[in-house]
Write a protein that binds this ligand. Structure first.
Ligand code: FAD
Length: 336
């Protein structure tokens, strides 16, 4: 990795960091260690039994390499089209995105190796394929940006990165936090994301942003609480990327937009309109018309009751919670 201190300590936009970082020559991947020095990286031998209540991905460098090879063969050249498509996320979990994050986070494969292979492909392709590979490299550079931020700001994991003139009036309602953790908020895309976390220790990036925004904006629970929960649950937990992304979502980090609030209804309408992802993880909604699932928080209580009696009603009103978040952050920013 490039020494983060060689680059400017902060960038107002990720694009600036990406351009500067990409332009630097990268160290080559390290050679595999001599066989007599460590365990064979393709055959790590006995791995201790872990108590895990999620479906863990296969471990080791060999598994990481296989997964990346699958993605390079069928995925990276269409990544720009599939990375936010929640149907593809269900039908082709490795391919629509790479799912390399657990391997990177656990150090089973190095970023230099991923970057070098992606760069070879970038240079060998053109047109839409090249655009997709470029997008993948752009995402890898987000990881580096977060490492860079943490290296310059060790308190990234605990304190607001951004200096706001006023306190944020977090509500931190325990019952609402518990509903979010259980995936019972009555917002289908949020609940599907939290159910994926519970089942796999992983959430696809699109719903990951939506669940984090919902917690910090619609429910006004502080981002440190959300980040702590992720740290305990994610198989790809990475202190830099977790804190950097939570802060970005909570509008206390590096986002160039002053206050960004994801609308969970509009997000589902755009990225999971057929409810393929939502019904994969929220069985109570199977068989319900996808349009009704998208609109769930806006339906009347009677209609919800008749469509899916066991699925929760929304914990907060969509419009009231949105406007309350807007007001709260404007006060924190000194705009009210
Ligand atoms: C609130 C929140 C918390 C997050 N916490 C983590 C975390 O603890 N660990 C983690 O690895 N990622 C985290 N992310 C970033 C992102 O969601 C995951 O890296 C991504 O979903 C992993 O899936 P993938 O490997 O299939 O990604 P792909 O889409 O295939 O991307 C390839 C790689 O690029 C990197 N990457 C992609 N997006 C980001 C991003 N926004 N920030 C940093 N790196 C990125 C990852 O290393 C990823 O493996 C978080 C995002 C949010 C919104």
């Amino acid at each position: 990795m490039v020494d983060p201190h060689e680059l400017a300590p902060s960038y107002p936009h990720h694009g600036g960091f990406h351009d500067d970082w990409t332009a630097r020559e990268k160290p080559a991947p390290v050679d595999p260690p001599a066989a007599d020095r460590v365990v064979d990286p393709d055959d790590p031998g006995e791995i201790p039994e872990l108590e895990a209540d999620v479906d863990l991905p296969p471990a080791g460098y060999g598994a990481a390499r296989d997964r990346y090879d699958r993605f390079l063969a069928d995925g990276i050249e269409t990544y720009a089209e599939t990375r936010d498509d929640m149907r593809a996320a269900v039908e082709r979990p490795v391919g629509a995105v790479s799912r390399m994050s657990p391997y990177l986070a656990a150090g089973m494969v190095g970023i230099r190796e991923l970057w070098a292979d992606a760069t070879d492909r970038y240079e060998a392709t053109g047109g839409d394929a090249r655009r997709s590979v470029g997008k993948y490299r752009y995402e890898l550079s987000w990881r580096e940006h977060n490492y860079h931020l943490l290296a310059h700001n060790p308190t990234l994991v605990s304190r607001n990165y951004r200096d706001l003139p006023n306190r944020i009036d977090w509500r931190n309602d325990p019952a609402e936090l518990a509903a979010w953790k259980r995936g019972e908020t009555g917002y289908p895309l949020v609940d599907a994301g939290m159910a994926q976390l519970d089942r796999e220790g992983y959430i696809h990036n699109r719903p990951r942003q939506v669940v984090a925004s919902f917690l910090t904006k619609h429910l006004l629970v502080d981002w440190q609480t959300g980040a702590r929960h992720f740290a305990e649950q994610l198989v790809d937990h990475d202190p830099a990327s977790n804190a950097g992304n939570w802060q970005w979502i909570a509008s206390t980090g590096t986002d160039a937009v002053d206050v960004r609030i994801f609308d969970p209804v509009a997000q589902m309408d755009k990225y999971d309109p057929d409810a393929v992802y939502v019904t994969e993880y929220v069985p109570e909604l199977r068989g319900v018309d996808p349009e009704k699932i998208v609109a769930w928080p806006t339906l009347s209580a009677a209609e919800r009751q008749s469509l899916a009696p066991t699925y929760p009603h929304p914990v907060v009103d969509r419009d009231d919670a949105y406007e309350r978040a807007q007001r709260t952050f404007e006060r924190a920013l000194g705009k009210r």
